[in-house]
Design a protein around this ligand. Sequence first.
Ligand code: ZN
Length: 77
Amino acid sequence: MEHIEPIRKKRFEVRSSHPCEFCKELDPQFPHRHPMDQEVSFNGKSSASAHLTEDGYVRHRMVELSQLASRRSRSVA
Ligand SMILES: [Zn+2]
């Protein structure tokens, strides 16, 4: 697995965030994430862009892609 340099210097407000439901449900690695990588902004839905950190965004996208891949079993990559 390629190492992804985490960017955790984004500003965030803890009060206005909550764990991403999507990632929480679908990412087996979710509990092992850095706590900030689990959080999405409170106004945002559980979407990749709502994540507070770059690493959280990337992981969310990876979960989404794996979901798409399993759904589109007919398409060959
Ligand atoms: Zn997420």
